[in-house]
Design a protein around this ligand. Sequence first.
Ligand code: EPU
Length: 418
Amino acid sequence: MEKLLISGGKPLKGEVRISGAKNSVLPILAASLLSDEEVIIGNVPHLQDVTTTISLLTEMGATLSIDEKMKVSINSSSMKSFYAPYEMVKTMRASILVLGPLLAHFGIAKVSLPGGCAIGSRPVNLHIEGLKAMGANIKVEDGYIIAKAKRLKGAKISLPIATVTGTENLMMAATLASGKTVIKNAAKEPEIIDLANCLRLMGASIEGDGTSDITIIGVKKLSGCNYDVLPDRIETATFLVAAAITKGNLTLTHTRPDTIKVIINKLRKAGAQILIKNDSINIEVKSQLNAVNIITNPYPDFPTDMQAQFIALNSISKGKSKVVESVFENRFMHVQELVRMGADIEINGNTAIIKGVKGLTGAPVMATDLRASASLILAGLVAKGETIVDRIYHIDRGYECIEEKLTKIGASIKRLPQ
Ligand code: EPU
């Protein structure tokens, strides 16, 4: 397995261009299955999860091409199969996003249940119950969700939890259903709005995305479109923390500062100087930051996808801090690895208590999921000596050209072959 070797201690300085958002492009790629016409997607990040989704769509028979700028064109009029096998879904849970579009457009879908995950049990019962409320006939057999429907019918769906991919699956399905669907307690993440913007360009009638009540009036057909994906707010925030943890000075371009207000506020509270200009953010940190307390919750609150990175930052900041993980039940796997690097962190249920230390020391560590990998890389960037991060395939799922981007701003980081 490939590893990353990091020699820490260098302040990061310069400019980073932020890539398209992983959690936008995945549902938007799935949305292409709703139309018989060509859907062209721009600002697509070069990520393993994108490659997996593209393989899934082509194996189902979609016609797909990618140009040198990672513009992806998809035509699903050539679809032959409506099947997402376990081998694919187990490597990427977001494969579940094809369920709603397949059912709504082709009336049939067989999608593997995703199974467990390193950050929590992550069931998809709400996706299934919502589609059933829209009239789908769904059974779970031999680990697969087998779904059929003539034409889905609009329904009022109240989600007990504001699930992100659940909201996306139901919103996509409802675009081709007959009548009106209302999703109550919908997720409000910027990626939901991005998907809705793309669907509207395809001719869907959607209102209320970005609030907790989304209303969709089904149409008979959706057309093709040409759509650019939103910048990645989690990549942006991760680079802000990279500047903060190394006491650097970075300008992040091609981003959307309005999607990470809560992160910017936390970093300012910690003592970072941050300047915002339209689509760019400059961060400068000159001295050790103060630790900040965090409670993760759905958007617009503090994102669970930044919890691990802020634990790394807090571990070398001044003072004692408390980080509460409220979204997933088991998302502290990075903590023991950070402790191996000299961090002082205790876990008590869903709360991490962090006592800031003067510095971290390099060590061999193991990444367990995407954001845990980011947290270990951040720790490695500031640690004294060498850090080797193992199981780096996780990072390739969600951060485009991470070593190239970090090297360009002064980090000493290189990939070690298998
Ligand atoms: N949940 C259920 N039943 C369901 C669906 C969700 O109980 O049917 C629970 C989950 O177990 C979890 C909570 O609801 O405790 C929220 O999960 P959600 O469904 O919102 O998560 P997701 O849609 O599976 C997306 C992102 C994650 C991100 C979460 C939370 C994508 C492709 N994935 O996952 O991204 O952490 O929302 O914001 O959009 C990442 O990028 O590293 C990542 C894990």
